[in-house]
Design a protein around this ligand. Sequence first.
Ligand code: SF4
Ligand code: SF4
Length: 93
Amino acid sequence: MSLKGYKDLPEGGVIPERGNSVLYKTGEWRSMKPVYYPEGCVHCLLCWAFCPEPAIKVENGRMLGIDYDHCKGCGICARECPRKEKALQMVRE
Ligand code: SF4
Ligand code: SF4
């Protein structure tokens, strides 16, 4: 990824287009990551509700896994998961 210089950035830090946060792969910052074990998951979606990123993949009310492009590795999902020993565990990258 090439980095922009300050002359290339919009004045005043204005965000010129909506929804551009999805383009930034915040997962590149991560030093820890959650590992999902679907067999232990009860699909309560607390991990989705607490995740500060759009990093918990959900379809039809069911947890599908982690979007590692956008997961920062903060560990909130694993902390809040009621089945943390069986469904979500943090490991080093
Ligand atoms: S919080 Fe845990 S049990 Fe609930 S959906 Fe997420 S992984 Fe599954
Ligand atoms: S570690 Fe943090 S950013 Fe990654 S899925 Fe869990 S709550 Fe979301």
